[in-house]
Design a protein around this ligand. Sequence first.
Ligand code: GLN
Length: 236
Amino acid sequence: MTESTVRIGLVLPDVMGTYGDGGNALVLRQRLRLRGYDAEVVEITLADPVPDSLDIYTLGGAEDSAQRLATRHLQRYPGLQQAAANGTPVLAICAAIQVLGQWYETSSGERVDGVGMIDVTTSPQPKRAIGEVTTAPLLSGLSAALTGFENHRGGTKLGGDATGLAKVTRGVGNGVGDGLEGVVQGSVIGTYMHGPALARNPELADLLLMRALGVTELPPLPMPEVEQLRRERLRA
Ligand code: GLN
């Protein structure tokens, strides 16, 4: 590792990482390395305090009991909150949206205080949202449709400080009737898309990387396999 190594925090992969969400960190690392940057993934487990000094963070989805463990750990070691307050990009997948929010209710109806980084609340919905999800981005800097796979019972309501990442064109998304998918607040971007989301949505990966690097442009990385996957998913 050198001083210029870009450090990607994979937060609590031991409890949060449904459907290979940890792959988002690998996508970020690979897109950096292919462009000549030194990059490494730093895994932060339940045995570690959460550092505030990394360049970008990602958190995956989880089932209810695992997400409670993660919530407690992030409350105890507030490095992620400090990093986000300093503008460091954070990508939160599925349960991670719920954990970083104000509170969430588990599927058994128990209300758990979240980390409070984003202005969202989550309650279980009558029907589990499961399947492909496709959206049209609302966040400036993104133009391509976002695609992923969702599997959640929680429906997430955005408060006044949060905005939607995208509008749902297929699937459920946040699931509270506002037609929105995901959340954006400050440097935090959340989405219900597993997949892993960044393998399927390179534009989102590069937006996060540009923010992490403090640049406004990155050289293009043509990847026919990714384009093929996107075409298949958008057609399916
Ligand atoms: N337990 C949460 C829910 O069902 C999140 C699930 C997930 O991350 N896949 O809403």
